[in-house]
Design a protein around this ligand. Structure first.
Ligand code: CA
Length: 260
């Protein structure tokens, strides 16, 4: 006698007309491991039927999804680890919303839309979207694209998050409470040096060894000049603590992005 298949398709009870065939099973193992587990997903979709389908499907995949139906609601939310964005919204053009969401944070944005023409895709990608999916699409492809953007942008890329500070050495980018901060090369190198092991005191000698050429014999005061500039640009002087007589360490600063 043949055994019953263990995995039942969780999507067969869903409507098939709006998002395409939900015929791919999500296994229990998939749902409770990997990068999607516990991921906070913000769904911005004015079609409430599609929004609730996505909420159910993503919850089954192990995510913690929330759906909003307007751009205004989307802009009030913070803390999402990934955003699914419909372009046709009642109160703002989705491309403009994409640009605003991107300027406020680093969470990957995947556009999900019926607008599949090339100029629409180009506009959305130029506005900061990380990927673009045209309806109707399959749920397994959505999950695969979510995993792919998280691999490219997530903590596995080697970025360090410490309180409100995020330092991505590969991309040489820095954010404070989701806001990108532009730094000079030396400023970035000093900060990256402190971010290797957040909270540990890094001596002035260590910083000179890593950031300056070993044959550099200029004034040591130059480090303090760069640190002062860094503190000013980061907007929180306490992110870089001075440990007198030894060096510097990262201070953990918590800033609630909703209070900016
Ligand atoms: Ca819409």
């Amino acid at each position: 006698m043949l055994a019953e298949p263990v995995t039942k398709n969780p999507f067969t009870s869903y409507r098939r007309d709006s998002l395409g065939p939900y015929c791919e099973p999500v296994t229990v193992a998939e749902a409770h491991s990997g990068v999607l587990a516990g991921l906070q997903v913000l769904i911005v979709e004015d079609d409430r039927a599609i929004g609730s389908q996505l909420v159910k499907g993503l919850a089954r995949a192990g995510c913690e999804p929330t759906a909003v139906a307007t751009a205004a609601e989307a802009l009030q939310r913070s803390g999402a680890g990934l955003i699914l964005l419909d372009l046709g919204l009642p109160d703002m053009d989705g491309v403009d919303l994409c640009r605003r969401l991107r300027s406020r944070g680093t969470a990957p944005i995947i556009v999900i839309t019926a607008r599949g023409a090339e100029p629409d895709r180009v506009d959305a990608l130029d506005a900061g979207a990380d990927d673009y999916l045209v309806k109707p699409f399959g749920f397994a492809e959505l999950l695969a694209r979510m995993r792919a953007v998280l691999r490219r942008t997530g903590p596995d890329s080697g970025a360090t998050t410490y309180g409100a500070l995020r330092v991505d050495p590969a991309a040489r980018r820095v954010w404070v409470a989701g806001r990108p901060v532009a730094l000079t090369g030396k400023e970035f190198d000093i900060l990256a040096c402190l971010a290797i092991e957040p909270g540990r005191v890094v001596t002035r000698e260590e910083i000179f060894d890593r950031v300056w050429d070993e044959h550099w014999y200029g004034p040591r005061k130059v480090l303090d000049v760069h640190v002062a500039a860094l503190r000013r640009k980061l907007g929180h002087p306490e992110i870089i603590e001075t440990v007198y007589g030894r060096g510097f360490r990262l201070g953990e600063v918590i800033e609630d992005p909703s209070h900016r």
